[in-house]
Design a protein around this ligand. Structure first.
Ligand SMILES: O=C(O)CCC(=O)C(=O)O
Ligand SMILES: [Fe+2]
Length: 375
């Protein structure tokens, strides 16, 4: 089926003839363009030129499964889940390609008919009307090569993931530690310590973590130590890994609603020993790691898994969770395809061993103990 897609203005009759026509969906239906439609068309032409300049990809007249979404990129404030929500209505999506720093993205449908339906809707101007945002759609015959970030082969050294570490029953029991409504008598550090941070809710056991100083007051333990229900799991991690000669004595419970995250950080060296454990309850999430060279590694933490950061991954890579409602993760069918997953409420239990004395790790640049003596 032929569509009048995104002609280059040089051979286009757009400027020469005031009224021109558009082919739609193979139905030989000619549409006289209104002033508004012409404006959209002009923007579409502009978007296509940007596409060709940036990616060397030309729009094509023939309908295809690949849709170029001009004005639909990350720098336009469009999120993957916006595209998913909008375009999923037209049929199953195989891939969404969003490139960092670009004003466009690509939606790959499983079937060409679905792309045609989306194109037709776009011509009718139905997208993002409520957000006062218009997309400029064109067919393309390929999408830019994008490296699957999960297949880069780069992994933070020292990172250990124990999948299916907890049973569903154990997960449910541990969820009881969830950050509940704050109770008046609980919040002044006497029993346990609750805090509502901008991006998530936290609760501490054993020692309070102070987010202003990024450290703990080691001389003032909280009255409530790590709950006994956790100890069997910590012992199991001890057995499996051979690590943790001393069991963790500090626990932070983080509760993330979909859309919430934690900024990239390295847990303060002088506050905690090597070996940081994080149990994921209620939802999988992608944790972003970054090394000092600036290389990013997204790392999927499945629900009911235990993550253990040791050595280089603990001391010199930062970790964080980007605040968003979805994650792009490898498909469970191991096809190498990426798929979009909606986050649910995630409760994480982070267990750490309070450090007594200074840190003398092999990563002085990231070590507050060792930087202190340099000043
Ligand atoms: O939520 C998590 O798994 C990690 C939390 C974390 O990094 C922290 O509290 O320092
Ligand atoms: Fe952390």
């Amino acid at each position: 089926m032929l569509h009048r897609n995104c002609p280059s203005p040089s051979h286009d009759d757009f400027h020469s003839k005031p009224s021109f026509h558009l082919w739609i969906s193979g139905v030989s239906k000619m549409m006289k363009m209104s002033k508004k439609e012409k404006k959209i068309f002009r923007k579409q032409v502009r978007s296509c030129k940007i596409l060709e300049k940036h990616e060397g990809i030309k729009s094509v007249d023939e309908a295809s499964r690949f849709l170029f979404i001009g004005n639909g990129g990350l720098v336009c404030g469009v999120q993957r889940e916006d595209l998913m929500t909008i375009f999923n209505e037209f049929g199953p999506i195989e891939d969404i390609v969003m490139l960092p720093e670009k004003p466009y993205s690509f939606v790959v449908f499983q079937d060409v008919q679905n792309a045609e339906a989306a194109m037709l809707a776009s011509i009718r101007g139905v997208f993002l009307q409520e957000l006062n945002h218009s997309f400029h759609l064109s067919y393309v015959d390929k999408v830019p090569h994008h490296v699957n970030p999960y297949e880069s082969g780069l992994l933070p050294p020292g990172l250990i993931l124990l999948e299916d570490f907890l049973t569903e029953e154990e997960e449910n029991l541990l969820m009881e530690l969830d950050v509940k409504e704050e109770k008046e008598d609980d919040i002044n550090n006497t029993v346990v310590c609750h805090r509502s941070l901008k991006h998530r809710q936290v609760k501490h056991y054993g020692f309070e973590f102070n987010y202003r100083t990024n450290n703990v007051d080691k001389d003032h333990p909280l009255k409530e130590p790590i709950p006994t229900i956790c100890i069997q799991h910590l012992r199991r991690i001890q057995d499996i890994t051979g690590l943790f000669p001393k069991l963790p004595d500090q626990l932070t419970v983080n509760k993330y609603l979909p859309g919430q995250g934690i900024p990239p950080h390295i847990d303060t060296h002088s506050a905690f020993e090597d070996g940081i454990i994080s149990l994921s309850l209620g939802s999988q999430i992608v944790m972003d790691f970054q090394n000092p060279a600036g290389e990013h590694v997204p790392f999927l933490l499945p629900r009911r898994s235990a993550l253990i950061m040791t050595g280089e991954s603990r001391y010199s890579w930062s970790h964080g969770i980007t605040p968003r409602k979805t994650d792009v993760v490898p498909d469970t069918d191991h096809s190498g395809q990426l798929t979009l997953m909606h986050r649910r409420t995630r409760v994480s239990l982070t267990f750490r061993v309070i450090r007594r004395g200074e840190c003398n790790c092999g990563y002085p640049k990231q070590c507050d103990s060792q930087q202190k003596y340099k000043r």
